[in-house]
Design a protein around this ligand. Structure first.
Ligand SMILES: [Zn+2]
Length: 165
């Protein structure tokens, strides 16, 4: 199934927060850092929301949760704050495309190997072509996945992997 104008073979796969893990946080009310996440807060507008990779509009109901975006123990495996929708929003529907609303931001792209060790990265300026940055970083065969993060706060944004075979 292809949707929209850029129907071409994907060269990467964008992973938003795991819907299953997020639902567990919403149900238990406890995040990966052991914090109580309720009650929701009303968005000021402009918050990057990591469940569906959009920018929140004013008044959207958000949770600020501590999230651990790793599936293996590693000294590099950090837990940090992310905004998510307070209710199930359906997640991110275009895994073969970098999120439109996250373009034009200064972002750190951090590369990890299969063991979760950092393999370097790239500080992308707002004017840079993110597809070219991703292609360049994935050209290193040792790179298993890439995390993007905000520059000042260091908050996790999303994960990038090679497309499923
Ligand atoms: Zn969402």
């Amino acid at each position: 199934m292809t949707i929209g104008p850029k129907a071409q073979s994907a060269t990467f796969r964008i992973e938003a927060l795991s819907p299953g893990r997020l639902e567990a946080v919403r149900c238990s009310g406890i995040d990966d850092g052991g914090n109580h996440v309720f009650p929701p807060r009303a968005a000021e507008g402009g918050e990057p929301v990591r469940c569906c990779l959009r920018i929140a509009g004013p008044g959207e109901r958000l949770l600020l949760i501590a999230y651990h975006p790793f599936n293996k123990p590693s000294p590099y495996a950090e837990t940090g704050p992310v905004f998510v929708h307070a209710e199930n929003c359906g997640g991110y529907p275009w895994p073969d495309r970098y999120p439109v609303e996250f373009r034009g931001r200064q972002q750190v792209f951090r590369c990890y190997d299969t063991g979760g060790n950092i393999l370097g990265g790239h500080l992308a300026e707002p004017s840079e072509d993110v597809e070219a940055v991703i292609a360049d970083l994935l050209a290193n065969e040792k790179v298993e996945y890439i995390h993007t993060r905000n520059v000042v706060f260091g908050c996790y944004m999303l994960e990038i992997r090679r497309p499923a075979a």
